[in-house]
Structures are given as C-alpha cells and as structure tokens.
Ligand binder design. Sequence first.
Ligand code: GLY
Length: 566
Amino acid sequence: MGSLLGRSHGWDRLTVNRGAATVHPLATRSAMRILQSGGNAIDAAISASLVLGVVDGHNSGIGGGCLVLIRRSNGQILAIDGRETAGQAAHEGMFLRDGKADPKLSQDGPLACAVPSQIAAIKHMHTQAGRLPWRELFEDAHKAAFDGAPASKSIGRTIAAEADQLRKYPASKAIYFHADGTPIREGEPWVQKDLASTLQNIADHGAEWFYEGPFAKACADYLESIGGVLTRQDFLAYQPKERAAIRTKYRNYEVIGFPPPSSGGMHIAQMLMMLEPYPVGAWMRSRPDAYYHLLCEAMKRAFADRAHWLGDSDFVDVPQGLLAPEYSVDRMADFLDSRSTDGIEHGWPNGVLEREILSSEPSPGEDRKHTTHLTAADEEGNWVAMTCTVNTSWGCKVTVPGTGVMLNNQMDDFSIAPGTPNAFGLVGSESNAVAPGKRPLSSMSPTIVLDSTGQPVLTAGAAGGPRIINATLQVLLRVLDGGCSVAEALAAPRVHHQWRPDQLLFEDQTGIDSPWAITPETRQRLSAMGHPLKASGALAISQAIHRQGNRLAAAHDPRAQGASES
Ligand code: GLY
C-alpha cells in the first residue's frame, strides 16, 4: 500500500484487503499465492483460470474462451472479448443434413469447435494490466497437470456422463480413462503430462506457440483428418477484442456489464431498468411472491429481446435502444402486479428495422453443467470478473493428440437453424446465425458495480448457460437491494425464466440452507398468478466479491465445491 499513498484515485484512503473466489480450491489458492507474491488481481485471475483449465477442464480450459471485465486501480474499465470465433469455412448450412438441423454436429465432434481464444485473451490481459512475468503465471497450472491433482467430484461425474462421446477420440480416451477402459473417478490422482507440456511451451514461447506455431498446426491437421473445418489461418487470424463496457445507473450505483457478443451485460442492464421503479428490497423481504413475479416478468421480456435482437455486434446491429430508459418503461407497460403476462414477444427499440425471425419450438434444454466464473481483487483497487468456458461439459469431446487440449463446442451457441434450440433450449434469430469469423452469442455476464464515488463495491458473475444472466442479476439484487452479505446472496435460492419455454424454474433441491427459501405458500401464489412453476436443482454457480467499508468479502457458490479467500 505504501507506494500508493498520495495518488488521487481515492483508493488509498481505504485499507482494503485482497480476495479471490473460484469453483476449485487449487485455483483460489493459486490466485491468492500470486496476490501474496507481488502480483495484482489481473495476474491472479490469469493464474487461477489456467489452473481451472487443468483441474476443472470439463468447464473451461485453453481449448475454450473467456470474457473478462477489469476495473483497474486507475479507474479504467477493460472489457476483453476472448470469445471463440467461427472459422472462415463456417456457414449457415454447416449443421444441416438432408435439410434438417442436426444439433449433435454442433455439440459433439470436430465441427462443433470454434477457434480457442483463452490464451489470446489472457495474453491481452497480461499486456494491458498484468505485473508478474508471463511465465510465472503458468507455474501452478503446470504443476497441477504435471504432478497430478485428485479428480474432483464433478470431473468424475462429467467423464462418466460423457463417456460414450469421449471414447470416440483416441487422445480423449487416453486422458479420461484408465488403460482398462474405466473412467477416471472422483478422488483419483489425475496426471495430464501432455497438457503440462503444452502449458510449458506457452509459458516459454508465448501465445505465438499456440496461434502461429506447433499447436495451431497440430490442431488444424487433426481436425481436418476427422472432418473439421478450422485451419491454421483461422488460428493466425484470431484476435481478442476490447469492447466498450455497458454502463448503467441503478439506484446509487453504476453497474458495468459485458457487451455483445455477450447478451449478459445488455439484459442485466435492461432488467435492472425494468425493476428500478419497484420496491425490490422491501418485496424481497416481505412479499416474496411479488418479488419473484416481478423478476419473472422482467426475465421474460429481456429473453424475448435476446432471442430476436442479440448477436455478434461486429456482424449485426444490436439496437442500443434496448438500453434506453423509455424502452424499459414501454416494455413494462403491460406488467400486471398480480398476473403473469401472456404472449410476450420481443419489443421494438427505437430506430430499428425488422429482421428475419427464425421461428422456433419451445424446448426445456438439457440440465448440463458447464462454464466457470472466477473473480479476484487486490489491495490497489484492481478488480477482475472473468468467465471462462469450453461450453457444455468437455466441449466437443475432441482432444488434440499430443497436446492434452480439449476443444470447445462453442459453435452450438449460434442459432444453428430455424426451430432448433441449442443445448440450453435457447432459440435465436438471424442475428445469431453462423457466419465465417463471427462470434457466437454468449450469456456470460462478468459484472462490476461501482458505488456513488466510483469505487468498486461488488463483482459477480456465474456459470450456467442462460441461467448465468438471471443468477448474476439475483446476486446483485440480494446485495444492493436486500442488504445481504455476499455469502447470503450466493446461498439465496434463485428462479429462472428464459421466455421459451414458458416455465418458471425455482430452486428447491440444492440442499443449501437459506432463510430465503421459496416457500410452498409463495409457490402457490405464483401459480395462482399464472406462472408455470417447475422445481429445479442448482440454477447456475456464481462467485462474487463485495466491499463492505474497507473490507473485502469474497464468496463462492455453496452449490459447488469451490473456495474463496479474502
Ligand atoms: N457457452 C455458454 C455461454 O457463453 O453462454
């Protein structure tokens, strides 16, 4: 802290500690070790993300991508888009067979993979705002891969669940199964020598080794041999992008969210604007039926807009009017405080023309777990919210031989064809159709909240496909409106509605003790209002950090076996 005294950003008036939260104790430990050895929050997040790619590889890894929101100690906001990108050979019909969409092709196997982007994103983070040498940030991940780490419960569960697909690819078979063909199980020591060697090469030779050198060649050659379309040129062309963050006033706060190709920041902002006129905190405490009804109605309207208007803003016009205050008033004009609104469709923000609607059938989607959110903050006032993903568990199930790198299946986040929901039951429009060089629409929602003096006070984000958006929103509301501690906010039960299908999911099977449980009486009232309720297990996994006065409190979601330290 000494070197900061006298700077004008105001942070030095606070004696603030540091903190980190992730879904795995080894990743959180790595972030804290980096913070304790002179690194800043950016270094800590990079190191933790690399460790997660080794010990929690079904959710994220260097074969996938990430979206990163950084608030630097000087107040600068960086929104780093490390989203995977479709190759130049990608096209709208690539997942059609005999004129019909085949979602298996966008979810498993070589066509499902877009250019991996996490390494490019962390290189950009490091160049812009990191402090420790690049090489040091790989040490913990390398050690976990080389020495081995006990396989977690979710590693064991997801290998077993995806065993048939994983066995199809020899390098995946060699890594995720014993020689006798049985899958790696929870608690078993799990060594990943090829991945350790890949990490060492990137540490020694930089991101170029991955995008311009041996990895790009090995990956493109292998994919070609099994029917994929990514090329070395696609790897060479990959660039992370700095985006303008979405900044919204909510009560006395400024909420900073991630813009397209994520839908998260846009719809969290939109829903906050819809909710702001209502006494959210009071209803949360004393009229939970009114609170969940209001939330659900905001969610339906936002997700109807998501399905129609959202896509990669480098390819389609995502109307800025979605964030106009008068649009949220307009959107809620038919809100009834005691009745679910039927027949909600997308709205008409000012100044946009119609575009083709891809009609769709409702689908519940699958309850597949995936993606990971991590966060770190340091004593200087650097805060990082980072969501990383290979999309659904173990991505496309293809490991590049000799590298230990499991590739993503992010192509499934595009709308692959009219009437074909993706793995999360999400439907989309032409806005999110496949195109060469395009980035698929994401729900990842790394979020940072500033107080009225411009200092960071809260950060949150989540894993869980479209549930990310609604879970992040609910964590923000519990802290900002409900006055909850961040641990209480994460433990509180959540609801989720994504417009199609018309069902209001509520958590009642998480086994989490919370004073905010959604009671049978509340459920009865919601049903009487016309909400089609469905009980659910965990709706997303969220990590968060909250500053209370001059203390940071980091918390991990009790629905997963994570760790937080501050
Ligand atoms: N792959 C999940 C998401 O980006 O929303």
